[in-house]
Ligand binder design. Sequence first.
Ligand SMILES: Nc1nc2c(ncn2[C@@H]2O[C@H](COP(=O)(O)OP(=O)(O)OP(=O)(O)O)[C@@H](O)[C@H]2O)c(=O)[nH]1
Ligand SMILES: [Mg+2]
Length: 297
Amino acid sequence: MLTIRMTYITPDRNENEIIERMNWLPGHMITATKEIKRSINLVDIIVEVRDARVPLVSGNKDIYKSRTKKPYLIVLNKTNLADPATVKLWQDWFTEQRESFIFINALDKNSINTIIKRSKQILRAHDATRKEMKMMLLGLPNTGKSTIINKLSNRNATKAAATPGQTKLSLWVKADKELRILDTPGVMPPVIHEQVHTMWLSAVHAIPDHIITPEYSACFLVEHLLENRSKAFQDFYKFESLDIDLITAVEHIGKRRGCLRSGGGGSFDYEQIYKIVLTDFRKGSLGLISFERPPVK
Ligand SMILES: Nc1nc2c(ncn2[C@@H]2O[C@H](COP(=O)(O)OP(=O)(O)OP(=O)(O)O)[C@@H](O)[C@H]2O)c(=O)[nH]1
Ligand SMILES: [Mg+2]
C-alpha cells in the first residue's frame, strides 16, 4: 500500500484519525447500494458516471457488473477539468479493454446527447426493434448524475449541487416519450485500499471536505501541483518559482489573497487559504489535472 505523508501544517493533527476516515460510507449509501442492486432488474441499460480525472478509482463497476448481464456504459464526466493528453491515454486504454465508454462534459448539452446515442446503439445491438429505454444512472457522489438527468429532461427534475451526497433517494425522471431515467444516490465503494486514492477522491469532491479535512485535501493538492510543476497553478497564484516547500506555497497564497487573521499580528487564517485552494482547483482555475493514469501493461 502506498502511504502518503500525512503530516501537514497543523502539528498536533492525529494522523490515524484521518486514515480511519478513509472509508467514508454513511448509512444512506449502504441502503442506496442495496436498492440499486434491486432496481437493476427494472432497467434496460446501466450508465455508470465517473470522474474523468480518476477513471478507475472513481469507478464502482465490479459491484454491479458482476451481478448483471445488462448493457453497461461507462460515462467519464468532467472531461473539461481533466488533462487532455491523459484523457487520450485513457481512451486508448478503455478501447483496448473493449469497454463501452464515452468522455463527456455534462455542462455541455451536445456532450450529454452522446450518452443517448451510445446507449441506443448498445441497446439495439441487443434488441434491434427496441424503441423505449429505461436507464439507470449510478456512480460515486458528485460525479454529475443529477446534472446529466436534468439536462436530458430539460428541467430541474432532480437536485444537482456542488456538494457530494445531494441525492439521497432514487427517483425516476421521464426525459421524453421513449426515455425514462433512474437517478440514484452517489455511493462510495465499500473499501478504498490506497490512501492516495482517498486524497484524489477528496480533491475532486466525491468525498465531502469535512471527512478528510480541508487542510489535508488542500495541502495534498498544493504538494501535487508543486511536484507536477503546474504552470497554470504558478501563473494563477503568481509564484516566482515552484522550487518551494508546502508551507511557503500555502503562505504565499495566503498573502496574495489577504488571508490574515483579524486583530493583526500577521498570522495567517489557514482555514481560509485551504478553502480558497479547493474552490479554485474545483473551478478549474489551477489547470486541467488528471490524477490517475492507465495501468501499465
Ligand atoms: N466542471 C464541471 N462540473 C460539472 C460537470 N458535471 C457536473 N458538474 C458539477 O458537479 C456538481 C455535482 O453535480 P451533481 O449532478 O449534483 O452530481 P451527482 O452525481 O448527482 O451527486 P450526488 O447526488 O451527490 O451523488 C455540480 O456542481 C455540477 O454543476 C462537468 O462535466 N464539468
Ligand atoms: Mg445527484
